[in-house]
Design a protein around this ligand. Structure first.
Ligand code: SAH
Length: 215
């Protein structure tokens, strides 16, 4: 069966993102552009634009399109930013960020997933992405500070190193809660300290690491 993936992507934006309030034109354009089906296995490609997460191997998932758009929009990217992402997974969220920022640094703890994500990013020609294997809960101190940080796995708390690696004026979005459900927490670093707000409920796989859950 052949699929018209561009049409499926346009429909995803019109039916899943815009009605739920995603409105940043740059975010919507990136969601229309990035070929999400190339970040999942061939067997799942026909479901790539459906309104739910999908398995990507190693018990991990590619997030629901709406959650990717919501978290990305919260970062208010203009195109000049240095961004850190924790939990590369398939690399789909990484690609969306790469469309909208200057440079994206992304950390994944599972080498097999990172290897596949690297191949996909290369195939698609993303040159402003730097990937590495490691525990992202400690951040990437050598590259700090970051203008924006996005965590795509559920944390028991906001990892303090990530707050410390945020530039003044920078924004961090992270799902925080227990292992079954979390709240999206937006942390903005302001000259006086930090400002926190909540953007709604979500469900992510575990953030595993020093400032996350135990393995
Ligand atoms: N944004 C990804 C979502 C992947 S699921 C996508 O679009 O596909 C979350 C990922 O976070 C998993 O791949 C998991 O292995 C990874 N992860 C969990 N804890 C981590 C940690 N401490 N550091 C880096 N990656 C982590």
């Amino acid at each position: 069966m052949t699929h018209n993936f561009q049409k499926a992507r346009d429909r995803m934006v019109e039916t899943q993102l815009i009605p739920r309030g995603i409105h940043d034109p740059r975010v919507l354009a990136a969601m229309r552009k990035v070929p999400r089906h190339l970040f999942v296995s061939e067997a799942l490609q026909s479901q790539a634009y459906a309104d739910h997460p999908l398995p990507i191997g190693d018990k991990q998932t590619i997030s629901q399109p709406y959650i990717v758009a919501l978290m990305t929009e919260a970062l208010q990217l203009q195109g000049t930013e240095k961004v850190l992402e924790i939990g590369t997974g398939s690399g789909y969220q990484t690609a969306v960020l790469a469309e909208l920022a200057d440079t994206v640094f992304s950390i994944e703890r599972l080498p097999s997933l990172l290897h596949r994500a690297r191949k996909t990013m290369e195939q698609l020609g993303y040159r402003n992405v730097v990937l590495r294997v490691g525990d992202g809960t400690v951040g990437w101190p050598e590259e700090a500070p970051f203008d924006a940080i996005l965590v795509s796995a559920g944390a028991p708390q906001v990892p303090q190193p990530l707050v410390d690696q945020l530039a003044v004026g920078g924004r961090l979005i992270v799902p925080v809660g227990d292992r079954l459900s979390q709240e999206l927490v937006l942390v903005e670093r302001v000259p006086e300290g930090v400002r926190k707000s909540h953007l709604g409920g979500c469900r992510f796989v575990d953030l595993v690491g020093k400032w996350g859950w135990e393995e």
